[in-house]
Every structure is written in C-alpha cells, then in structure tokens.
Write a protein that binds this ligand. Structure first.
Ligand SMILES: Nc1ncnc2c1ncn2[C@@H]1O[C@H](COP(=O)(O)OP(=O)(O)OP(=O)(O)O)[C@@H](O)[C@H]1O
Ligand SMILES: [Mg+2]
Length: 787
C-alpha cells in the first residue's frame, strides 16, 4: 500500500559524518566516498536532482548501513556541482523538507532509500509565538555578545525569518552546534518542541559567551600599558611586513640576533644575552632602558670571549726584536725569553705577572710594548696613577645611570683578543678613599686563582683573564701594597750611565728624532763630544726622556737652518749648543768643590734615580737643642741623632771642645728643602758634617758617601748602590765611600764607572772621617790636647 503512496520516493542517499542539513537552508558539501560520489552522480542524472541527506550516528563509520544512520533526514536538491578532481566533488545543496527513511538498501553502487516527507503539525498559537519571541530575544542577546557593534543587522535577519521553524533552522546553522543537537532539532515532533530545544541551546550559549567576555574584560584590564604597546607594536610589525617594509628597530634586533648566533660565547653569556635581546625587542626604542640594554649587548657581542692571538714562540726572533728595540736591560730581556721558552714547552703555563720598577724614562713602558711585539700579542696599556675608585677598574652596576664597564674589560675589548699584554702603569700611585680600594680589585685581577672568573660589575658575567699577560710598572716599591707586590715578579731597571745614554741616543733617540723632523743622518751630524755635552750639561736624569726631548730640540733647530737656506750638511758643534739650547743647565765641574766646615756630600736614592745630597750643619751660639729642617722623615731624623750622639761621645778623639755641645744649639739642614727625604743612609753623611763642624775642618768636596751608622760607630749597608754611584758620577764626583757590606753590589756598577771612580769600603765611622776630613785625627796623632 505504501508502494502506491505517491509521496513515497526512492532516492540516492548521501550520508554526512558531522552535520545535519536543515530544510530551506543551503549547505556546501565536499564529497569523497565512492558510494557518495555514485549517489550524487545518480541524483544529477535524474530529473529533480534530488538526494536524501542523512546524518551518521557515528562519524567514524566509513560505509554506513541502515543502523548507522538516523531515521529522520532531509530531502535536498543539488544546486551546483564542481569536480576539482576524479575523487572529489564540491556540491551546493538546498534542503527541501524533512523525510523519514522507510527502507535503506545498497544497490551495488550507492545507498538508496525509500523516504516519506514528515512535515511538522501546524501548532501555531500563543505558546509558539511566545517561544518564538523568547528565542529571538535570546539570539539577539547572544549575537550582541559576539559582535557588539552590529546587532541591528542581525535583528533584521531574524525578522526575515518570520516563520518559527525557519528561524530555528537558521539559528542552528549559525551556531555551530554538535551534530547530535542538530539532529535532535531536526527530529523535534512539533514546532514548540523545536523552539524549546533551541531556547535551551541558546541560553547555554549566552552563558558561555557572557563568561567569555568577562574573562576577556578582566584580562584586558590586567594588561599593562607596556603589554598593550607590545601588542600594538606587534601589529604594526605585522602591517609593515604585509607592506613589505622593515622597521629599523626590528632590523636592528634581527642584526643583533644574527650576530649573537654567530658569536662564540660561553654558555652563561649566551643565555644572558638572549634574555636581554628578547627584552630589548619589547622595549620602546626611545626608552633609556632600551639604550642601556643595547649598549650592554654590543659589549657582550664585541668582547673577545674566546678569540686569542697566537703566540710567536720563535726565541731567536724574539731576542732579535727585544735587542732591536732596547739597548742593554739584559736581565729583563733574559727573563722574558725564559718565559717564552716555558710557553713553548707548555702552552698552558700561567703567564707571570711582571713588575718593572725603576726611575722615569728608563724604558719600562716601551719595553712592555716591545715584549708584546716579540710575542705577537696585542698591547694595551692603562695608567693606575691617581685612580681612587674601585669602579674604574671593575665597572659600575648596570642599574646606575651612566654606568660604564671597568677599564680592564675596556682594554680587553680594545685588544679584541683575550690574551693581550696588559700594561698597568704606575701601580705605586694607586689612590684609595671612600669610593673603595682599587688595590683590592687589582689583587683579584692579578690573582691567577681568581681571575679565571673575573666579574665586572657592569658586564655581570664571568670573564676569563687568566690568559692575559700582565705587566705593571712602578717608580718605587715603597708605596705598592704588600699583598700586591707579593703576587708579582719584581724586575729592577736602574738608571743609565753616561756611556749607556750616549749609546741609546746614537742607536735609538737620534735616529728617531731625525725621522720625526725628516732629516737624514748625513744632513745633521752630531759628533760624540756634542752628544756628551748635551748629556752632561743639559740633562740630569736616570732615564733618557729629557735627553730625547733635548735631541728633538736640536733636530728642529737644524731643520730650521735648512729652511732658512743652508745647503751644506749641518754639524752641531759643542759651541753651537749655547745658541741652540740656551745656557747650560748643569755644571758638574763647579760642584761644591770647596766645602765649608759643617757640610758633607751624601748620596740618596729617589724615585727619579739617585741624587747627590748635601748635609749642612751649623752652630747657633745662643740656641738650644737640635733643629732639623729639609723635610726629613722619622728614620732620617733618628739617624741624624745617632750621628750626633756618636760625635759627642767621641769628642776627645776628634779634638773637639765638648763645651760647644752645651753652649750652642745645633741646626742641621738638608737641601733641597721642599723635597721630602727619608731613610737611614744619610747617617754617615750627618756624622761627617757634625765632625767637620765641631772640628772646624772642611770635608773633601770630591768625595761622596752613604751608609747607616750605629751608636757604636759601625757602618751598615744600604740599598740603591748603583743609582747612587751613577748619580755621584753624573755630578762629577769621582770618589765614593760605601759600607763594606755593599761591596757585593759592585757587580751592578757599569764597567766605565768602575774604571773611572775610586771606591772606598768602610766598616767604621772612624775610617770615613779619616778618608773625608783631612787632618781630623792629626793633632791627636801629634799628641796635642784639645783646646
Ligand atoms: N734601553 C733603551 N733603549 C732604547 N730606548 C730606550 C731605552 N730606555 C728608554 N728608552 C726610550 O726612552 C723613552 C722613555 O721610556 P718609557 O716611556 O718607557 O719610560 P718609563 O720607564 O715607562 O718611564 P715612566 O716611569 O715615567 O713611565 C722611550 O722613548 C724609550 O724608547
Ligand atoms: Mg711609563
């Protein structure tokens, strides 16, 4: 009977895995299963192009049978078909009406169903109308939550769906409901039931949407200005990218990142640098923080963390370079070569920390440069003189405004190798105050145990300084903190003799000065005698700096002569010097040859080398006690007192009237009065001055002396013999008295000086007096009693 029911039709079936087609609605479909393709083909071949679209109960079934499909389906018309390839069809189908599947069969090619329309009963009435309005309101509400700007349009659209079922289906298709819920709507028995279902779905949806917008709101409020800027910046970047533009900031960050990837960094440094780079990308480029981060990153990227220069360990070549650059200085050169030899055997050997001590201008700094050259290392130099602030060495923490990296790391950065020769000049002039103690920082820098992980405050990363070859220089060791001196290998560079100076001048200084002025050695001739005169009369120093300057002046004067038209070679004769350099500044011959009674010639060691120093004593007829002037230090004052006591207790032997001691005051002065002096080595000189004063016999002006004395009249050894002897020689003194215990130091005295000078070694003050004050013991010998 149903066979003859005209409404019952047999149509090809198209099963859907995840969705439901509602009547009156268009739906795009992609078809791929062979049976479905065949079904569509059959439908397209038929006159009405009709198919039955039915939802599967489970999406996973590939070849569904009747049990796998819902019983209520939708009859549809294929409106459009395109076929991108053999195994695919793109369809546009229009739902026509609800149908019930009566029977389903596979005809070998595709599924065929016998279906009958199941229209909804007409239940329009107040209840349906009320439900319709409630649903419409809820839907508008939900839509306004999704799209706050344009709810009006949506209202219009719903208004167009006056008929309640149309509205339900439309909403369902818009809401992306689960397939099961859509099927339930399709299967609803009455319009009212469908509206009720829709109402529950919508209320649930509204709740979810409300919650979602609340979460979004909260989050938006929490988002700080910075984050918002970041988001905007990201968007701007996206836009710029879209437009094919690159913003400079981003390009900059990209470049940094590229460099970071290529750079050879230790793990810790890489991690920190990456973190900082990420931060940098978020910071607005105009902000000071951006600048700070960028400067820091530059530093990290530029530092030679692992770059080293290769040492040139060719000893012959090294010796050649050292000799080529400096005359003499054998001991120091040997020490350098020893170190090279060690490095050759054991490349991991720790570099020694050398300390060159010596007067100014003896070549400490330039020797450092020469060592770097012979080793093939980079040379960097910094002066510690007057440095007070620890942060200068070690840097300021980055959090301070204007913070800078410390000088050590700066030097390493300039060297662009982590094993340079780093010269720390003037360690003896380190300051120290409330800003911290740079010596303490220096201790850490120079300590091989600690400098492997040297931490600059600014860099805030451990940097390995253990490969750095440190050389420090000082004029005197007295003010170098003990712990610092202990870490270093001290090498003394003493002053030069006249002959050495002449040699240095001939080999290095004159050629250099000529080069500077553009003269050749044929154009400017400087005979030996002239050079000697310059050394003697125009300079007085341990080193050769003043000499070099003076030679420079001579060279410039000669250049001027050429400029003024001179054509023949210029020979600088001794007589010309007055005109070129002005009056002679030092007159060795005119040294106080004739000393009055009460004056004695001593020798002192100073930072600038040795010096001749006079001790002057006089009696004050109405005075009392002992007056000492000339800025004498404690030790010197004490040794003067010891000398005084010795002379007083030996008055008789010296033929001195002891009354003078009690009746007159004593004034002892040591010029130059403005220069502070200290040390025990003037004891002997003071004793001679006093003995001369009281005995009224002048001391010999051609003799200088040095030595400490005891109350019992013993002469004790002193330091700086070489410097003192050279100073005496510079001053034209040819006779020197030295403590016997200092005889061993004679091997340091240059050959020429030894040949030219007379040295008298003494153990007791009596020997000194006998040698320096002619006739002091005469009367005693003659048996004449003191007056
Ligand atoms: N033995 C030498 N041979 C060649 N040149 C020398 C020698 N000694 C010093 N000089 C030259 O003398 C000049 C001064 O030397 P330098 O600046 O190294 O002195 P310094 O010891 O570092 O003095 P300061 O203690 O004042 O720093 C340099 O031009 C250097 O080349
Ligand atoms: Mg120097």
């Amino acid at each position: 009977m149903s066979e003859i029911d005209p409404a019952v039709r047999t149509l090809p079936v198209l099963p859907l895995k995840n969705s439901v087609l509602f009547p009156n609605l268009l739906m795009p479909l992609s078809v791929g299963r062979p049976a479905s393709l065949a079904a569509v083909a059959a439908a397209l071949a038929s006159e009405g192009k009709e198919v039955v679209i039915v939802a599967q109960r489970a999406a996973s079934v590939e070849e569904p049978a009747q049990d796998d499909l819902h019983a209520i389906a939708t009859k549809a018309v294929v409106r459009k078909m395109t076929r991108p390839n053999e195994s695919m069809m793109e369809l546009l189908v229009l739902g026509i009406e609800r149908v019930a599947i009566l029977k389903l069969e596979h005809n070998g090619e595709y599924l065929e169903a016998r279906v009958r329309p199941v229209p909804l009963p007409d239940d329009s009435g107040t209840e349906v109308e009320a439900l319709r309005r409630a649903v419409a309101d809820l839907a508008t509400n939900a839509f306004s939550l999704v799209q706050p700007q344009a709810p009006a349009e949506f209202g219009q659209m719903l208004g167009g769906a006056e008929e309640p079922m149309r509205m339900v289906y439309l909403l369902a298709s818009l809401m992306s409901l689960e397939a099961a819920k859509e099927q339930a709507l399709l299967e609803a028995q009455t319009c009212a039931a469908a509206l009720r279902l829709m109402h529950t779905y919508l209320s649930h949806e509204v709740q979810v949407l409300e919650l979602r917008s609340k979460i979004a709101n909260d989050a938006r409020n929490e988002m700080s200005r910075e984050q918002r800027e970041y988001l905007l910046r990201q968007q701007m970047r996206a836009i710029q990218q879209e437009l094919g533009e690159k913003n400079p900031e981003q390009a900059d960050a990209e470049e940094l990142r590229e460099r970071l990837e290529k750079a050879e960094l230790p793990e810790e440094a890489r991690k920190d640098a990456e973190r900082e780079l990420t931060r940098l990308e978020r910071l607005p480029s105009a902000s000071p923080e951006h600048h700070v981060a960028r400067t820091w990153l530059e530093l990290v990227l530029e530092l030679p963390w692992k770059q080293t220069t290769e040492d040139n360990l060719d000893l012959k070549r090294a010796r050649g370079i050292l000799d080529q650059d400096h005359y003499g200085l054998q001991e120091v050169k040997e020490r350098i070569l020893e170190h090279l030899a060690v490095l050759k055997r054991n490349p991991d050997a720790k570099a020694p920390i050398l300390c060159f001590v010596g007067p100014p201008g003896v070549g400490k700094t330039s020797l450092g440069q020469s060592i770097a050259r012979s080793l093939g290392r980079k040379f960097e130099r910094m002066s510690l003189g007057g440095m007070h602030d620890e942060a200068e060495l070690r840097g300021h923490r980055r959090t301070y405004i204007g913070a800078m990296v410390g000088r050590v790391i700066q030097a390493i950065r300039r060297a662009s190798a982590c094993n340079p020769l780093l010269m720390l000049d003037e360690v003896d002039k380190l300051g120290r105050d409330f800003r911290g103690d740079p010596a303490a920082a220096l201790l850490e820098i120079l300590d091989p145990e600690q400098n492997k992980t040297f931490r600059d405050n600014y860099l805030d990363l451990a940097f390995d300084l253990s490969k750095v070859f440190f050389i420090t220089t000082a004029n005197s060791l007295d003010t170098v903190p003990r712990p610092l001196a202990d870490r270093m290998e001290i090498l003394h560079l003493s002053g030069y003799t006249e002959e050495e100076k002449a040699e240095i001048a001939l080999r290095y200084l004159i050629p250099r000065q000529l080069r500077e002025t553009g003269l050749t050695s044929e154009e400017c001739i400087l005979p030996q005698e002239t050079l000697k005169r310059i050394i003697r009369r125009y300079t007085r120093e341990a080193g050769v700096r003043q000499l070099e300057r003076t030679l420079g002046r001579v060279a410039r004067k000669v250049t001027l002569k050429y400029a003024e038209g001179s054509e023949s070679a210029v020979t600088v004769r001794e007589e010309d010097l007055g005109e070129m350099l002005g009056a002679e500044m030092f007159h060795p011959e005119k040294m106080r040859r004739e000393l009055p009674a009460g004056v004695a010639t001593g020798l002192a060691w100073t930072e600038a080398g040795g010096d001749v120093l006079y001790v002057e004593a006089t009696m004050l007829p109405d005075g009392k006690g002992l007056t000492l002037t000339g800025q004498l230090g404690d030790v010197m004052q004490e040794s003067v007192k010891a000398a005084q006591s010795w002379v007083w207790t030996h008055a008789e032997e010296l033929n001195v009237n002891p009354k003078q001691f009690s009746e007159c005051g004593l004034h002892l002065h040591v010029p130059a009065g403005a220069v502070p002096k200290d040390g025990p080595s003037a004891g002997v000189t003071a004793a001679v001055a006093l003995a001369s004063l009281y005995s009224k016999r002048p001391a010999r002006g051609d003799t200088a002396m040095t030595g400490e004395i005891t109350l019992t009249g013993l002469v004790l050894p002193i330091g700086g013999v070489k410097e003192k002897v050279l100073a005496a020689r510079r001053s034209g003194i040819r006779r020197v008295l030295l403590p016997k215990a200092n005889q061993k130091d004679m091997r340091d005295i240059p050959e020429e000086a030894r040949k030219e000078m007379e040295f008298i070694f003494v153990e007791k003050i009596e020997e000194v007096l006998a040698a320096v004050i002619p006739g002091i013991y005469d009367r005693a010998e003659a048996g004449v009693p003191a007056a």
